[in-house]
Design a binder for this molecule. Structure first.
Ligand code: TYD
Ligand code: MG
Length: 457
């Protein structure tokens, strides 16, 4: 195929240049030029016939059927739920995450276990033997003999399309987008121009053929390799696979979903034979609930739509050095400093000369402010060296005046705590519709000081 001519477009101002330059001559920004195809008509000659032949016409909105089209279940309960009930035909899904987190594992095991679909696993990172070895490792757990899953080690998009045309699979997985390259651009694989162009080719391909495509993409801290960030607006669905590499738990979080809610959350555990669905996350996170030393308490948080009880651990000790140390794992350090300032100024606790360490058990990260109350109780419990009873749990945002502010879905949090056998739940005062009777005692609190009165007398 004849090489197409490309041009370099500034991502900042849109100025077009014939050559790559470090600095845009128009807006003077550095490193903003991206290679793009100059002529789309010419380029189309390189795309498969099935795409070219389809003509689209305008349709009156009244004539479009409102039904949520058929979805294809992938057979992985968590993945299907996170996607909004299976994949939509012709959709392009991007799964992003740090290297080594388990993206390839998740997609390969899904491809192997979806025995009702023929799947094509395009691997640009590993050889067919390596994929086979991984598949052997993933054996068992309802997996077929692998006759439905085809492996292709190819990175050129035009060749990939040709193979897909021949095979007609029900699902295509591309691992990873950073290894793809298209003949229409000069840049090497992984550059912003290549990644974007390959993704848009895949998008048009998926839409034209109705075959859903899952793209795997690495997120790198430095901008050297174009990460999935530049693709987010192009694809239908962005799932983030995250977790702490030192822990076994992995979270699958939708950042964008054109066909479903972004409030879902999938939880997996990395095992020796692949990723297993975590049936009862709170139970796993809390472990055995025997007596604990001071500084530990349980927060009733929500991760998406699902209530999740998490153990918060704090350690407060006298500072050895002049400047006290503050560190938080799984929690925003600035927010912890703010809570410490509230305790100091509004509640009269002297924490200024104390080291404070905070940790969420299980390697989880909680962003929502409803965990504040548990953080405050853990810190004060450790400071006074009094253990908080382990049958209590907490939900509430702490404001700058020391008031406990309402949080969302309080009933759902209480219900989850009751299910797990907690005896008391501390929730913000003024929350409507709280259960007055039942297995769990609900204690509404208006200020941080009130909770302390209840707990430490
Ligand atoms: P991988 O899927 O290769 O990560 P990614 O594609 O996101 O870069 O996962 C690699 C890690 O997972 C590696 O450290 C080994 C571990 N692992 C298991 O613990 N169990 C398994 O069954 C498999 C296949 C991998
Ligand atoms: Mg991988």
């Amino acid at each position: 195929m004849a090489k197409l001519r490309s041009q370099y477009v500034c991502r900042n101002c849109g100025a077009v240049h014939a050559q790559w330059m470090g600095q845009c001559s128009n807006c003077k920004q550095w490193n903003t030029l991206v290679e793009e195809v100059r002529d789309r008509v010419e380029e189309r000659q390189g795309t498969p016939a099935s795409i070219r032949q389809r003509d689209q016409r305008p349709v009156a909105i009244a004539d479009i059927s409102a039904e949520d089209g058929p979805r294809i279940p992938l057979g992985d309960r968590e993945l299907d739920r996170v996607l909004g009930g299976g994949v939509v035909p012709g959709s392009l899904i991007l799964i992003g995450g740090d290297p080594g987190i388990g993206k390839s594992t998740l997609m390969l095991q899904t491809a192997l276990r979806a025995r009702h679909l023929s799947t094509l696993y395009v691997s640009g990172e590993e050889s067919a033997q390596q994929v086979k070895m991984r598949a052997e490792r993933l054996g068992g757990q309802g997996q077929g003999d692998g006759s439905n899953c085809f492996v292709l080690t190819e990175t050129n998009t035009q060749n990939i399309f040709k193979q897909i045309e021949g095979l007609q699979p029900g699902l295509v997985v591309v691992d990873s987008v950073q290894t793809l390259h298209t003949a229409v651009l000069d840049g090497s694989p992984g550059t912003v121009g290549q990644v974007r162009e390959c993704t848009s080719e895949l998008m048009r391909f998926a839409k034209a053929t109705g075959i859903p495509v899952v793209l795997i993409g690495h997120i790198t801290k430095d901008g050297a390799i174009a990460g999935p960030k530049v693709l987010e607006h192009m694809v239908d669905c962005v799932l983030q696979f995250e977790g702490d590499r030192d822990h076994a738990y992995r979270l699958l979080r939708p950042l964008k979903n054109r066909f479903g809610s972004t409030n879902e959350l999938g939880i997996y555990e990395m095992q020796g034979s692949g990723l297993a669905i975590v049936e009862d996350p709170s139970q796993v996170l809390l472990g055995d609930r025997g007596p604990r030393p001071s500084g530990v308490c349980v927060a009733a948080t929500m991760d998406g739509m699902r209530p999740l009880l998490v153990e918060v651990q704090a350690l407060v000790s006298s500072a050895v050095y002049g400047t006290p140390q503050r560190s938080a794992t799984g929690f925003d350090l600035r927010r912890m400093n703010m809570l410490l300032a509230v305790l100091e100024k509004r509640c009269g606790f002297r924490l200024g000369q104390k080291d404070v360490f905070l940790n969420l058990a299980g390697g989880f990260r909680v962003e929502e402010p409803a965990i504040d109350l548990a953080v405050v109780c853990a810190v004060l419990g450790s400071n006074a060296d009094i253990a908080v009873p382990m049958d209590c749990c907490f939900a509430g945002e702490v404001g700058l005046t020391g008031e406990v502010r309402p949080v969302t879905r309080t009933e759902q949090r209480i219900a989850e705590a009751a299910k797990l056998g907690f005896a008391r739940a501390f929730v913000p005062k003024g929350t409507k519709g709280l259960p007055t009777s039942g297995p769990i005692e609900v204690v509404p609190v208006g200020r941080v000081d009130e909770v302390l009165g209840h707990l430490f007398g």
